[in-house]
Design a protein. Sequence first.
Length: 258
Amino acid sequence: MEQQNYKIIDKVVFKDFNLWYGKKYILKNINIAIKSNIVTAIMGPSGCGKTTLLRSINRMNDIIPICRTEGQVLIDGDNVYSNDSDVYGLRKKVGMVFQKPNPFPKSIFDNVAYGTKIHKIATGTELENIVEESLKEAALWDEVKDRLKESALSLSGGQQQRLCIARAISIQPEIILMDEPCSALDPIATSKIEELMRELRENYTVVLVTHNLQQAARVSDMTAFMYLGDIVEYSQTGIIFSNPQHELTENYITGKFG
């Protein structure tokens, strides 16, 4: 990856973070620092805890009644699991794009405007400008600028996913979480989303969960390999794929298990 021309700092830091679903131990003493303004990929076999780790950043796991955590997740030095943490503010700061495109049954415009209205960020002309800029940033504006009143459900799968990215960035988050964002897309749509991920890191910290090793190698600057709830290895993506330090990592990326 090319060098960024701004200072890289720790944006998200896990400190001795543990998570259980009931008695099931899911995340085991996670210690990892995710840098700002890069793409960080989290990879590993199914059931290893990748999505749970991702959802710990914006406390989406809170909606599971049997979820229990210990330790800290710091964003810009503030523990999001502290008793006085503002979860509403947290989810404005941390946008999320899910595995399957999930546009609302509303117009293209109203999908992008939804979060801006909910958070009372803007109205009128300012709102229109935010929608336009968000669609441009998601590389979708030229394809939909004459269709803004049409249903978002009329878009192709790849367009719907870029619309969901536009919706996520419309509220001006600092971090974008992506949970297998290309798993339901064809190769052409996947290529567009991957190109978009690389562009987004100029303004956002992007954390990507993926089963696709080639995708992690193509788009990420840093990669974490997870196995059975542990971070086995975390390093620059080039090192992970060319010179892994752990046999388990090497076995995974060479296809000996998955």
